[in-house]
Design a protein around this ligand. Structure first.
Ligand code: GLU
Length: 268
C-alpha cells in the first residue's frame, strides 16, 4: 500500500502539474518505508554501530529513492530468513531486500519485484578440508539448515544429496558452528559466502550449482508497487549504480559479477 502511494507521489512530483501535484508532493514528503534486511551477513546486510550496511541495504535505499522516499524516511529492520513472509503479510515491513530468492513456493505468499541480482549457490568448508569439491561431496556431511532459508533444500531435496542437517537461526550462526566443528559445510549463495570468507580460514569450493534470483519482496498482490520497483531496478542498472554497488561490496571477492539487468520474473 505504502509503496503504491509513494510511487503515485513520485509520478505526480515529476509532472509539476499545478496545485494537485503540489499537494501530493506535500504528502510525499511524509511518506516513509520500513524495509526488512539481514543484520549479520557481511557485504549484504550487516548491522553495525552506524546502522545497516551492505549491497542489499544500498539497493533498497536506491529503490526507495526512486519511489520518492529519501534515506531519512527509511527505517531498516532485521528480517531473518524465518520471518520474511510473515513480516510482509502482517505489514510489519513494506519491503524485504534480504538475499531473498524468488521461488515458486514463496511466490504463492509474496509478490516479488526483480530479480535485482542473480546469485549462485556454492559451498564453504574449513580451510583444511580438501574433501569437498562439489555439492555431491556433501553426502553424509553435516550442513547448515537455516530456518526459513531455501539453501539446504537445494542440496537435499533438489539435488538429492543425503547430507545431514544441523539447524541454525542465521548464516552467521552457521559460520560459528563451522568454526566450532559442529558442522562440516555451509552451502548457500555465493555472495553470502564471499562476505563471510573474507579474513577467515575457510575455502569456497567454487562449484556453483543454482541460480538464486534475488527478489524485492512486497505484500502479496501489490502489483503496482512491483512494477514501480522493477522500473527502479532497470534504472539502477542503466545509470551505472548496480555496477558501482556490486564493485563496492564484492569487487575484492574474486566473484564474477554480472552487471547487466537481470531478466525480470514478472509481477504476480
Ligand atoms: N537466497 C536463499 C534464500 O532465500 C538463501 C539466503 C537466505 O536465506 O537469505 O533462501
Amino acid at each position: 500500500m505504502r509503496i503504491v502511494a509513494a510511487a503515485i507521489a513520485v509520478l505526480s512530483a515529476l509532472c509539476a502539474c499545478g496545485l494537485e501535484g503540489a499537494e501530493r508532493r506535500g504528502v510525499a514528503g511524509e511518506r516513509s518505508l520500513v524495509i526488512g534486511v539481514k543484520a549479520d551477513q557481511p557485504g549484504l546486510g550487516l548491522k553495525g554501530r552506524n546502522g545497516y550496511e551492505g549491497f542489499d541495504v544500498d539497493v533498497a535505499t536506491y529503490i526507495a529513492g526512486r519511489l520518492g522516499v529519501p534515506r531519512s524516511r527509511i527505517r531498516f529492520t532485521t528480517t531473518n530468513s524465518s520471518v520474511r513472509e510473515k513480516a510482509l503479510a502482517s505489514g510489519e515491513v513494506d519491503m524485504v531486500v534480504a538475499t531473498y530468492s524468488i521461488t515458486p513456493k514463496r511466490k504463492t505468499q509474496v509478490t516479488f519485484a526483480g530479480p535485482y541480482y542473480i546469485a549462485h549457490q556454492d559451498t564453504l568448508v574449513r580451510g583444511d578440508d580438501l574433501g569437498v569439491r562439489n555439492v555431491r561431496d556433501l553426502r553424509g556431511r553435516r550442513i547448515c539448515e537455516v530456518t526459513g532459508s531455501n539453501s539446504w533444500r537445494r542440496v537435499i531435496e533438489e539435488r538429492n544429496v543425503a547430507a545431514r542437517r544441523v539447524a541454525a537461526p542465521t548464516y552467521a550462526a552457521c559460520m560459528g558452528d563451522l568454526a566450532g566443528g559442529r558442522l562440516d559445510a555451509v552451502s548457500t549463495d555465493d555472495l553470502i559466502l564471499a562476505g563471510f570468507a573474507a579474513g577467515r580460514d575457510v575455502r569456497i569450493v567454487n562449484a556453483p550449482f543454482t541460480d538464486e534470483k534475488y527478489g524485492v519482496g512486497l505484500r502479496k498482490g501489490d502489483l503496482e508497487g512491483c512494477a514501480e520497483v522493477n522500473r527502479a531496478i532497470t534504472r539502477m542498472y542503466q545509470d551505472g549504480t548496480a555496477e558501482r554497488l556490486l564493485n563496492k561490496w564484492f569487487g575484492r571477492s574474486g566473484l564474477k559479477l554480472t552487471t547487466s539487468v537481470p531478466q525480470f520474473e514478472g509481477c504476480s
